[in-house]
Design a protein around this ligand. Structure first.
Ligand code: AMP
Length: 439
């Protein structure tokens, strides 16, 4: 199936082809006709599936086909509202809106926190057809009466599960009250908790439902590798691997903002140009780091999960888990940035004795064991005892730094239960996996 069969206008097809896409992804094949039909949509899809174009393209089509009816004497209204959990992702989605809509006469705007509100207020005085916003800053504008949402025809909640995780549910409810009752609603979420189902039930009217497979979790395009190592040797091991294999465009995940800063400094001192991005950095600093990373002048970008959410880089060759995430689904989100669009990618994890339970959780989710390799000179010391994992305060808004939803360890006979940030009195024996896989 080609894009031209989906019913999109010529101007949009031209932009898509200029972007280099030849064939719609599975989510696009299903979402585009569903959105074009004007009905509500509930879509199960995560970053990396092409979901952004899945809703942006048909929205552009619908808005441009219907024409703009500026009220006489008044300014043209905001007609589509796209709510996004994080600033980076909002900026990227709006960039997609501009790119796919470059042959159309529609205006868009990013509305995010962390930057001066005044230029946003000035921009809102002009014409904005499509508003891409994070909930907090949107409500700031609502309070200042600088935004009018009373003519919104299409609402998108993107990454709805993340929004709930980040504690945005109240904000979302407030925003919903400001929208016209008659409108099209699109909800995208990678997971479907009871909370998401409740939100969807209240929001959507007879939605079309589509779900696409997690693209990278099972994709053979991504090779996984675990390097068992002592916790205090992780930094030298990472520097060693980057140099040894001459890795470029390496996205490294740490659990905390502080850890991200320290690691970026360490690598930079060792001659590997690195920068950290996380919520404490100014928007300008984050944007600069991202663009240097994308153009290849920055070798390593160190990020926390929240900050890295949605980093949109095609064909990112290496994703490194400097620390494993507390929530196994986050592993899938993290590696979703590699092995895209048919390219091969490598997901590397540096795992110390504290994280064996997290590794077991991930393996259970992926239904496979992650291949391990010990690097000579970095052999783990089997006498080291596991310690509780420090999550760092504020590393994840809404309590996401805390483990949640994890079951009992799958193979506790083989592996000691590593404390994962929970109150943990039962120190596990000093084994780094007794199953003999660590040779
Ligand atoms: P998303 O899931 O929206 O974050 O998109 C994931 C990545 O896939 C982005 O880098 C897009 O630019 C890219 N992409 C989206 N649609 C296509 C397509 N039809 N063909 C190739 N790449 C695509």
């Amino acid at each position: 199936m080609s894009f031209s069969e989906l019913g999109l206008s010529e101007a949009i097809l031209r932009a898509v082809s200029e972007r280099g896409y030849t064939e719609p992804t599975p989510i696009q094949k299903q979402a585009i006709p569903a959105v074009l039909s004007g009905g509500d949509l509930l879509a199960g899809a995560q970053t990396g599936t092409g979901k952004t174009a899945g809703f942006v393209l048909p929205i552009l089509h619908r808005l441009s086909a219907a024409g703009v009816n500026a009220p006489t004497g008044g300014r043209a209204p905001i007609r589509a509202l796209i709510l996004i959990p994080t600033r980076e992702l909002a900026a990227q989605v709006e960039e997609s809106v501009r790119e796919y809509g470059k042959h159309l006469k529609l205006n868009s705007m990013t509305m995010i926190g962390g930057v001066n509100i005044n230029p946003q207020i000035a921009k809102l005085r002009g014409r904005v057809d499509i508003l891409v916003a994070t909930p907090g800053r949107l409500l700031d504008h609502v309070q200042q009466k600088t935004v009018d949402l009373s003519h919104v025809e299409i609402l998108v909640l993107d990454e709805a599960d993340r929004m709930l995780d980040m504690g945005f549910i109240r904000d979302i409810k407030k925003i919903l009250l400001l929208l016209p009752k008659q409108r099209q609603n699109l909800l995208f979420s990678a997971t479907f908790s009871d909370e998401i189902k409740t939100l969807a039930d209240g929001l959507l009217n007879k939605p079309a439902m589509i779900e696409v497979a997690r693209r990278n979790a099972t994709a053979d395009k991504v090779s996984h590798k675990v390097y068992p190592v002592d916790r205090d040797k992780k930094r030298p091991l990472l520097a060693h691997l980057i140099k040894e294999f001459n890795w470029h465009q390496v996205l490294v995940f740490t659990r905390t903002k502080h850890g991200a800063n320290q690691l970026a400094e360490y690598l930079t001192k060792g001659g590997i140009p690195s920068l950290a991005i996380h919520g404490n950095k100014s928007q300008a600093a984050r944007t600069r780091a991202l663009s240097e990373f994308k153009d290849g002048s920055l070798q390593v970008l160190v990020a926390t999960d929240i900050a890295a959410r949605g980093i949109d880089i095609i064909d990112l060759p290496h994703v490194v888990n400097f620390e494993l995430p507390n929530v196994p689904e986050d592993y899938v989100h993290r590696i979703g940035r590699t092995g895209r669009a048919g390219q091969t990618g490598e997901a590397v994890s540096l795992v110390c004795v504290d994280e064996l339970k997290l590794q077991a959780d991930i393996e259970r989710l992926l239904k496979r064991e992650l291949p391990e390799e010990i690097v000579p000179g970095f052999e783990p010391d089997l006498t080291i005892k596991p310690e509780p994992i420090q999550n760092g305060r504020g590393s994840a808004p809404g309590g996401r730094g805390q483990p949640r939803g994890r079951g009992a360890p799958g193979s506790s006979a083989r592996r000691p239960a590593a404390p994962g940030g929970e109150a943990n009195g039962n120190r596990a024996p000093a084994l780094h996996r007794s199953g003999g896989r660590h040779r």
